[in-house]
Write a protein that binds this ligand. Structure first.
Ligand code: SF4
Length: 446
């Protein structure tokens, strides 16, 4: 039975040291009881506490790691239903499916696409995380040869081995046992054989059943066979079923601490039509799928999906921000233009990108507005004439340039008069409202 906050509190160090991010041990205990925190956050928790708290301290969705080394990805370990309650911790893993009938050039092309999939968005590096080798041929040797091709060509990329034939999985895992792949999948028919392979090779194991009742029965059975790191597939493929079943699984784990469903979910978004595949994968990202399998990873598709994933998995209570500074864009010199924006990451990277596009070397003054965008910061009274003037004066921006002209965003044109009063001797120029107009604006001045 779940322990209350007060019962959990008795096992904590009671030093109120705040290292867990909570003001007191009691506050942390309450969060633990509500499954909104993990005991791991308390570095001083004793071994006795860890043992005594047992399931009370275990995350409601078990963490599972796929792969080994730097490329390994962790899924699960989530503690809330909605990101605004706390945050989502471990982003959905995107994996491209390579069929064993695609051995050779077709497989090589997909492997290269995975290796070249990284994009840089607001300072974060996002990429396709894994490869799912999928049995189609029924031939263990063919399957094993594609696994070997992936391991040879992309050694750091985590692997998912997809077949319900234990002989095929045995042949494939022989080439990657040290890489801790995920095996997909144990079913009612093959559970014993798959559990045996997973245990021997220390691999994680997906369990697949049509419907939640059958899935619960199967996950309990496989866990009873000694496999701890499970992943769930309730068989949902239509959008409506995905939303319904993934939500029930998450709710059962988080709200009821129902252990047979307390594992990450794998979702097959695979579709022949690329737009439908993108839509299905989007549903997975938004509705609790921890691993999402795709047929193809076109650049446009991954730009959309990786951006969506980034948005869902950032902390909604902490705006993404960059450090306050006077940034040099290009080979800026003393006579280069000086622009100002706020330190909201998206604003900074978009403005910087457009200044780079203009090929006009410039100085970009980035002011700390607690990560708010220009208009929001202005409306909140954090991007006012007085504050901007203080920042320009104290930051030493005037030492970077030999002129006294400051270009402000067009959305806050209303500040120009007040700014000229607060910054005597400075000329305030109103720039464009939208960043994408910056290249023509800057080129027009050059
Ligand atoms: S880190 Fe541990 S000891 Fe410190 S306040 Fe949190 S629960 Fe208490």
């Amino acid at each position: 039975m779940a322990l209350s906050g007060v019962q959990i509190f008795k096992y904590l160090p009671k030093t109120n040291c705040k290292k867990c991010g909570h003001p007191t041990c009691l506050a942390f205990a309450m969060k633990l009881a509500a499954k909104q925190a993990s005991l791991d956050a308390c570095p001083d928790a004793s071994a006795e506490a860890k043992q005594a708290l047992g399931e009370a301290s275990a995350p409601p969705v078990r963490p599972v790691t796929i792969g080994a080394g730097d490329g390994a990805v962790k899924v699960g370990d989530e503690i809330c239903m909605f990101r605004h309650e706390k945050k989502f911790f471990n982003p959905s893993v995107f994996a491209v499916a390579i069929k064993d009938t695609e051995a050779g050039d077709a497989a090589a092309k997909k492997i290269e696409a995975v290796k070249a999939s990284e994009i840089d968005r607001v300072g974060q590096h996002l990429k396709v995380d894994a490869i799912a080798v999928t049995e189609e041929s029924g031939d263990p040797a063919k399957f094993a040869s594609v696994v070997k091709q992936v391991v040879d060509d992309a050694p750091g990329v985590p692997l998912i081995l997809v077949s319900i034939n234990p002989a095929v999985i045995e042949a494939g895992i022989a080439h990657c046992a040290d890489k801790k792949p995920l095996i997909y999948a144990a079913t009612a028919e093959n559970a014993e054989a798959m559990a045996k392979i997973a245990k021997e090779k220390k691999a994680s194991l997906a369990v697949s059943a049509a419907g939640l009742d059958a899935l619960i029965e199967l996950s309990e059975k496989v866990k009873g066979m000694g496999v701890e790191d499970l992943v769930l597939d309730p068989g949902a493929r239509k959008a409506k079923d995905m939303i319904e079943q993934y939500t029930i699984i998450r709710r059962a784990a988080i709200k009821k601490n129902f252990k047979p469903l307390g594992y990450p979910v794998i979702s097959f978004a695979t579709r022949d039509d690329a737009v439908s595949e993108t839509m299905a994968a989007s549903i997975g990202v938004m509705k609790y799928a921890s691993i999402i399998i795709l047929n193809n990873i076109e650049k446009w598709k991954m730009l959309a999906l990786l951006s969506l994933r980034q948005n869902i998995y950032t902390d909604p209570q902490v705006p993404m921000q960059v450090a306050q500074n006077i940034y040099k864009v290009g080979e800026a010199k003393e006579d280069s233009p000086l622009l100002i924006t706020t330190n909201f990451s998206l604003s900074y990277f978009i403005v910087r990108g457009e200044v780079e596009n203009s090929k006009v070397a410039s100085w970009l003054a980035v002011m700390d507005n607690e990560g708010l965008s220009v208009l929001t910061a202005w409306a909140a009274g954090k991007f006012t004439a007085s504050r901007i003037a203080q920042f320009i004066t104290e930051s030493g921006a005037d030492k970077s340039v030999n002129h006294k002209e400051l270009i402000i965003p067009g959305y806050v044109a209303i500040l120009s008069g007040a700014l000229e009063e607060k910054l005597p001797g400075w000329k305030i120029t109103v720039g464009p409202r939208e960043a994408n107009a910056l290249p023509s604006f800057l080129k027009g001045r050059a």
